[in-house]
Design a protein around this ligand. Structure first.
Ligand SMILES: [Zn+2]
Length: 171
């Protein structure tokens, strides 16, 4: 167990500045709080953080958890009670093992959150697709951002936007 000790907020370089930088990239709503910052090629919310003497690009949900609780178990995942990967609202986040996370998803009737290249493979509802098409048509939002918010890959969103996967106006 090389990293049994948790990562503490006090281990992070300039935690106050990190908190400011972090929350400036969050859109707070009544329910989930969505990440508006950097999205990785694979569609994950990410932020750059300095600790252990070097910079790390880590999931935004982990930083949200760390900022809230002051400590993060390095070996556990940060999971969502809301099943919404772009969400970084601290009250929606909990730490668990991979097995616990898979069990949680199974109980909620969803697939394991990570498959293939590690991407969330949720299935979009027709309503989600219609809403995404409307926003994309209105402009000012990328396919990557829409995919991120819907919890699907860019490819899935691309096909949905162009009607290859989800029939337009259908059920
Ligand atoms: Zn949430």
């Amino acid at each position: 167990m090389a990293h049994r000790t948790p990562l503490l907020l006090t281990d992070v370089y300039d935690p106050e500045a990190l908190a400011v930088r972090f929350w400036a990239r969050v859109s707070k709503g009544d329910g989930c709080w969505l990440w508006t910052g950097h999205i990785s090629t694979n569609g994950y919310a990410q932020i750059w953080v300095m600790y252990d003497g070097r910079g790390h690009t880590i999931p935004a949900s982990r930083v949200a958890y760390l900022l809230e609780h002051g400590a993060l178990d390095r070996e556990l995942l940060v999971c969502h009670t809301c099943d919404n990967p772009p969400c970084v609202r601290p009250s929606h986040l909990w730490q668990g093992t991979t097995a616990q996370n898979i069990e949680d998803c199974a109980r909620k009737g969803r697939r394991a959150p990570h498959a293939g290249e590690g991407h969330w493979r949720a299935v979009m509802t027709a309503a989600t697709v219609e809403a995404a098409r409307a926003r994309y048509a209105a402009g000012g939002v990328t396919q990557k951002r829409l995919a991120f918010e819907a919890g699907v890959s860019k490819e899935v969103m691309h096909h949905a936007l162009h009607g290859h996967t989800y029939p337009r106006g259908g059920s």
